[in-house]
Design a protein around this ligand. Structure first.
Ligand code: URP
Ligand code: ZN
Ligand code: ZN
Length: 460
């Protein structure tokens, strides 16, 4: 099967030009002006943007969490991702404390294998670092192609590890060429504020936000950065929300340290005033919580300063009925918000169309940098001869409205209901195959492939 995409405006992290793209099988085989080739299928991309498929390196599909499961399966979640222009996602395996990493990997494979519509990979969350876990790290990296290890500095009793475990894990991961991802918030401080608010009868979603003040994230980010510096292990802070935490990374650059930073689309465009709407605020109960306008400004600036390399989602959807588990106690509301389908269009509309970031920066933070940091580049994350033909064709001028009534995520509300967006994903190719065209999905579950990743380099 061959496809010719004609006359599109090709945008990569460092180029912007009009040309044709010729695809044979799963790969791009030629790029040039007015290519003289015979193709089975021709797509006219005149007037459209042609970009690398989005990569969302922070999603939670079908994940057991807070007494329930996130509501998107691998099938519904990766399909919704494709509708929104994201062709590859990285999900988090959670080790169960007391059990091995391998048993967690087997469990997650059982949920993902044969079900994914789009491509996917895994990070391995280490929730119990001990002598047995330590022995598994090398083969998880070298045999399984899982090169990033997630750690939690919060969620005590289920996911959190202490600093001794963190530095032990860092040393082992560094030795074998991996990277540590971190949820950097101070779990003990948060737990004591949660307890205080509950004792005072302050039980509305607003108190989720007030239990996780900026300092809880700043302190943990500083501590993580220091431990990464001491051990020399590459570090990546997930879902960063605020000025204090970004300044911890900025300060580390003064001693020539580099720590990668991911923010999520919601932290750039939503703020904490949403928690003032009584239980409605449960839609945005996530950890860390939404912050202030000044933090949004810091994060946009951080993207343009190269301090923030990735815009992800932390997609972790729950049905409204699941959110109601916390109707009478904010600490029981399952944490998370749906965005896997919306990230690429929201970032384009709010970022590029409002002149906050350039088109090249858009591609960099929505695709290329994640591919580089997580060892998938140049197969993923760019448009080049030899790369996978993961391609998004976007109409930059088409306006449309986001709504739960139209989206494909398995969740019965939208965090962006009624938002008018400029820029619409029209066509998506995944490894050369037409996946999405004019609001129709053409690939079946099982087409999505597990992506084994290469070892990590600290320079991108
Ligand atoms: O609220 C969130 N973020 N839910 C998913 C788990 C996590 O901490 O990433
Ligand atoms: Zn987290
Ligand atoms: Zn997460």
């Amino acid at each position: 099967m061959s496809t010719l995409i004609k006359n599109g405006r090709i945008i990569t992290a460092d180029a912007d030009y009009v040309a044709d793209i010729f695809i044979e099988g799963e790969r791009i085989v030629a790029i040039g002006e007015k290519l003289n080739v015979v193709a089975d299928k021709i797509i006219d991309a005149t007037g459209k943007l042609v970009m690398p498929g989005g990569i969302d390196p922070h999603v939670h599909l079908d994940m057991p969490f807070m007494g329930t499961y996130s509501s998107d399966s691998y099938e519904t979640g990766t399909r919704a991702a494709l509708y929104g222009g994201t062709t590859t996602v990285i999900d988090f395996i959670l080790q169960q404390q007391g059990n091995s990493l391998q048993s967690a990997l087997d469990e997650w494979r059982g949920r993902a294998n044969g079900n994914a519509v789009g491509d996917y990979s895994f990070h391995m969350a280490v929730t119990d670092f001990n002598e047995n876990t330590k022995k598994e790290i090398q083969s998880i990296i070298e045999k399984e192609g899982i090169t990033s290890f997630k750690t939690f500095m919060a969620y005590k009793g289920a996911l959190m590890i202490d600093d001794a475990q963190m530095v032990g894990l860092m040393a082992e991961v560094k030795k074998h060429g991996g990277l540590i991802n971190v949820h950097a918030t101070n779990g003990d401080m948060i737990d004591s504020l949660v307890q205080k608010h509950r004792e005072e009868g302050k039980l509305a979603p607003l108190y989720h936000y007030l239990s996780q003040p900026e300092i809880t994230e700043t302190e943990a980010s500083e501590r993580f950065v220091n431990m990464a510096n001491e051990t020399g292990c590459p570090g990546y802070i997930v879902h960063m929300t605020c000025e204090g935490a970004l300044n911890a990374v900025r300060n580390a650059t003064k001693r020539n340290q580099k720590v990668f930073v991911e923010t999520c689309i919601q932290y750039l465009i939503l703020d904490a005033s949403l928690y003032e709407n009584d239980f409605e605020g449960a839609k945005w109960v996530m950890s860390p919580p939404l912050r202030e306008k000044k933090d949004q400004a810091t994060l946009w600036a951080g993207i343009n300063q190269g301090l923030v390399q990735v815009v992800a989602t932390d997609h972790c959807p729950f049905m409204w009925e699941q959110k109601l588990m916390g109707k009478n106690d904010f600490s029981k509301i399952p944490n998370g918000h749906p965005a896997i389908e919306n990230r690429m269009e929201l970032l384009f509309s709010e970022g590029v169309m409002k002149n906050k970031i350039s088109l090249n920066k858009y591609v960099e933070v929505s695709s290329t940098n994640a591919a580089k940091i997580f060892g998938m580049f140049p197969a993923k994350g760019t448009i080049a001869v030899g790369s996978d033909a993961d391609i998004v064709i976007m109409d930059p001028n088409e306006k449309h409205i986001l709504s739960a009534s139209k989206h494909h995520m398995n969740v019965d509300y939208s965090g962006y209901e009624g938002w008018e967006i400029t820029g619409k994903v029209k066509t998506v190719l995944l490894r050369g195959k037409l996946a999405i065209d004019n609001n129709q999905c053409y690939v079946e579950k099982g087409y999505g492939k597990f992506i084994k990743r290469k070892k990590v380099t600290q320079n991108i």
